[in-house]
Design a protein around this ligand. Structure first.
Ligand code: COA
Length: 171
């Protein structure tokens, strides 16, 4: 699959949701049954990776939403450098998945970097101090740790990366 033609777009009706399978039934079902509804209701914006322009096969997807981190959930050294607001504004990368026929080809990294770059760009308009991810299992959490995310002390399933760290990824 040539990387030079990959294209990330907001999810729309023409995209082939039925053909997508990442090996996790919850993430497959979400794309097929719930993603469009979340978009309509303003709860998540799903983005899909297509092999190229005018192609509707979905190689992978992720979702972004606005989010608030309970400041008490952050590690003390991180919270100490932030204002003492009860909720810290953030962006939620709620779901991310790659079709199992294309896992191991760099698509997960490409999608994650696209999501982080998009979150960073948005943070210049609507402030967000971090990106939070919800990992579905330990393997997924390992994936995010590989790219510099830190688990919340209280919950192994959620991890975060500070916007200033993301900023340094895109000089
Ligand atoms: C986890 C997932 C997104 C990874 O996507 P992928 O396209 O297979 O991963 P990539 O080929 O882009 O891998 C990029 C890098 O991440 C590493 N990586 C991939 N999966 C990893 C994991 N589970 N743990 C640690 N590192 C991982 C790769 O080794 C590679 O590292 P390298 O560049 O240093 O060699 C994919 O396997 C998937 O969709 N799994 C099912 C759903 C899921 O778990 N979603 C995650 C969040 S909810």
């Amino acid at each position: 699959m040539p990387r030079s033609t990959w294209l990330v777009e907001p999810l729309r009706g023409a995209h082939d949701r039925e053909g997508f399978s990442c090996g996790d039934a919850t993430l497959d079902r979400y794309l097929k049954e719930q993603a469009s509804r979340d978009l309509r209701r303003g709860c998540a914006t799903p983005f899909v990776l297509l092999p190229g322009a005018n192609q509707n096969a979905i190689l992978g997807y992720y979702t972004l939403s606005s989010y608030g981190i309970d400041a008490g959930e952050l590690p003390p050294d991180v919270a100490g450098k932030l204002p003492r607001y009860p909720l810290i504004p953030a962006t939620l990368l709620g779901r991310l998945a790659v079709d199992k026929r294309h896992q191991g080809e760099g698509i997960g990294e490409f999608l994650l970097m696209d999501a982080l770059h998009r979150s960073l760009a948005q943070s210049f308009r609507i402030a967000a101090a971090a990106v939070v991810v919800e990992a579905i299992d330990d393997r997924a959490a390992q994936f995010y740790r590989h790219f510099g995310f830190t688990p919340f002390p209280s919950s192994g399933g959620r991890l975060f990366i500070l916007t200033k760290t993301v900023n340094a990824l895109f000089p």
